[in-house]
Unconditional design. Sequence first.
Length: 397
Amino acid sequence: MEGINTCATCHATLTDAKLRGPAKDYVTSAHRDERIGCVGCHKGDPRDPTVGAHARALGFIAHPAQSEVAGICGGCHADADFIRHVNARLPVGQYALYSLSLHGRLAAGGDERAPTCATCHGKHDVLPPASPKSPVNRANVHKLCGGCHSDAKRMSPYQIRTDQLSKWEKSVHGLAFKKGNPNAPTCNSCHGAHSATPPDASSVARACGRCHEEELALFEQSPHSKGFRRRGLAECVACHSNHDVAPASSLHVGVTPDAMCTKCHANDEKPMKVADTIAGLLRGARDRSAAARATLARARDAGLVVPGSSFALDQLSTAELKLRAVVHTLDPMRLEAPIASIDRAVAEAEKLVSDVETTRKTERRGYYVALTVAGLLFLSLLLKSLELDRRRRQGTP
């Protein structure tokens, strides 16, 4: 009798859509496994084809309470021995993380609005995260989280803003995600999946540093690092914001009204001097890079084939990324090395174009010389032909 599941076969024949629907969903569910089945969550006896399968003595639960859902799911997913037999690739710490999360604490306290496992993963139609149809698939997570966090009525009791999704969609992260960048962060990339909790100011940089490791390491060497911690400021957010992260640009540094530095240091002479120096170095490097790219573009538009141009552009982009990272030290002296790398890449790009243009000029000069010689030869032959024709008509030998 092992493996028999009369729950699904019976419910599939019922006329009530509410009772028949779970059986239909179960057919494609990740839980459609004889080791799990309906009793994995609802208990009871799956071998009994009568209502005896619903006996309370067997622990049958028709509709788990909101506060019970995570415990029911965790009964299997926190059991390392069971999970290793069913799917060894699954982690077993989700329940512990969820219990510590803001969502978990609210649900455990009886908050009916708080999301549980079923809210995000589904109930009877649970799909593997790898499935494109799964709500927790990477491509769908922002819509899943935004379904609640963009709902002003739902968020009102918690006094939580509802513009996070719209800001993220316009951010450098959201735009990269939309273009299909596999490294672009979505909601759970920063907040965690089961441990979802707004990060404290002191831990924001650790979240950003999971991707921006070099920038974090360099920032910790800057005077801002300790100053931010003393003031309880969220390190990366203070300059880059959080959900509406803008593309990094030279506008972040400088003494203009729209520069980030002026937000805190408008009346501080020394920091503003440093900001102005760094801004000048960045502008110079940016302008020289732009000029080199424009030179390569003009050569391409003119029909010139510039061997090595792709490599030169890669070197230039790499040097620019390094410069952006080193800016986080706020040390003008440390910008000299990456700027020198940019200048070398710029010089290489310009030399490549110059060499190709020189070669073309030489080829054109040779072409014109050859064309002139050919023209003179043709003219000479033509004159000789005319002379011979004249003599023939005059009978001159």
